[in-house]
Design a protein around this ligand. Sequence first.
Ligand SMILES: NC(=O)C1=CN([C@@H]2O[C@H](COP(=O)(O)OP(=O)(O)OC[C@H]3O[C@@H](n4cnc5c(N)ncnc54)[C@H](OP(=O)(O)O)[C@@H]3O)[C@@H](O)[C@H]2O)[C@@H](O)CC1
Ligand SMILES: [K+]
Length: 536
Amino acid sequence: MISAYTGTQVREAEQPLLAAGLGDVLMQRAAHGLANAVITELRARGHRLYGSRVVVLAGKGNNGGDGLYAGAFLAARGMRTTAVLTGGAAHPAALAAFRRAGGRAEKLDGAAQDGLAAEAARADVVIDAILGTGATGGLRGDAAGLVEAVSRDLAGADRGGFVVACDLPSGVNADTGEAAEPVLRADLTVTFGAAKAGLLADPGADYAGRVAVVPIGIEEHLPGPALRRLEPTDLGRILPHPARRAHKYSRGVLGIVAGSTQYPGAAVLACRGALAAGVGMVRYLGPPAVADLVRQACPEVVCSDGTVADNRVQAWLVGSGMGPGDHEQLARAADAIASGLPVVADAGALPALPSRLDPHVVLTPHAGELAALLTRLEGRDDARFGDRDAVEAATLDAARKAATLTGATVLLKGPATLVAAPEGTVFSQADGTPWLATAGSGDVLAGVIGALLAQAGPGVWLSRSLGISGGGHWTVLAALGASLHGLAGTAASDARSGGPVTAGAIADAIPQTWGKVSMLSNSGASKRNSHSQPLR
Ligand SMILES: NC(=O)C1=CN([C@@H]2O[C@H](COP(=O)(O)OP(=O)(O)OC[C@H]3O[C@@H](n4cnc5c(N)ncnc54)[C@H](OP(=O)(O)O)[C@@H]3O)[C@@H](O)[C@H]2O)[C@@H](O)CC1
Ligand SMILES: [K+]
């Protein structure tokens, strides 16, 4: 599992080492890691080191110091290295080392801006070391103008160079991932001590590119993480596996209230997602015409036009493909939410939620649906997240706020899907491909998460193995579902040589993805996680 921290948490973890007089050692470790990452990337892209051109954009604080020391390492390897000092001053010892190693330093002023920006855009590597965790707000003045010019020149250039952010892209908030424009988009972010939460939540994740962590010796001083990410090996460890004497009921039954005459396919795709994700049985409740379609597409599903109370299940999925006029389905959704069982509430169920929920209810909005939910809860005049753009500009805060206001577990769908619990646990999963943004993909995801809720229920062993307790348990199941769905989508696209995927293809790829990640863990761990869940 990847653990990520706020900038403040990382700075506090540095304090004991700084107090012991190790500040320069930390900076050398950071700079060395940064320089090595640049060298690795250059080689991977087929560049020779000797003679390659590096431009370091260096601010006046310690982030600029890291960049200048890294520039000194690279200059010593024979690279042609220029530093643009964006803040007038620069870290004195790092600048001296940079010059000693043969680097050329230029002060940024308005007159030199265009020439220096063009030089950066022509370079093989641009290192963004203007602002790090000590920044307040975004880039200002000449530094902002320089980054705008470099971004413009890079966009217009047919180039083989790349951008590496030092610790984080300057202007990205380390805690929240919010971006104060202009921000130089990085291909790679080399971050120090630990991943920063803002690098794993959009829009920060979008600006950061790939993220590499360089250990600098602060790890033992870090507190509990602000944000977590499951990796495929974690999935293998925590995905449920049927016990030897399992039967379909003990493996978990999911009730699905989804689909409408307008969107019947959503019911089919939710059922396909659930069946692919290991549930013992699916019961479908909905209009007869939709049920007919479900039976044809998924003969495994047991269809009923009864009530929620008539159907014994371990968890419910409600809302996919439902609209405000589907009164009978909405009444079933309300009963399912009131049942006390774990519930996934998707799409059409979101506008009809009671104002107060519990963490075992997992909401699965996209950004537009979350904006509507938050606007309803906060009142239009107070709403910070009044529309999709506002949510996309601050995904972590928006997901956290929705979890706090509703009391539910909130999964915000996106390139980095966030799952937030009211008690503060947050996961970010970015296992997918942009091809996953396709009609019906969310219905499959809802089915997958519903299946996991039905199988694991209150199986707290799963969360404890990750050091998570209480209401955070439900975030683990939702993050597990998001990860499985993302990995399956990526596998389906890979099987098409990176081409497009349909929602049905995502569902079809889930069992094999499940099998592959299960093989990543050893068989002992799988056996330990075997369990059975009695029918209630
Ligand atoms: N602690 C350590 O030993 C280690 C730290 N490490 C590294 O240090 C980084 C943190 O360094 P930091 O604290 O010096 O802050 P940093 O991010 O460089 O920027 C602050 C400087 O910029 C200025 N400034 C602020 N806002 C601004 C703005 N909007 N626009 C323009 N300027 C602005 C502000 O000056 P002020 O405005 O306050 O006068 C200040 O001078 C961290 O990310 C990591 O890379 C690693 O080497 C490991 C060891
Ligand atoms: K930076």
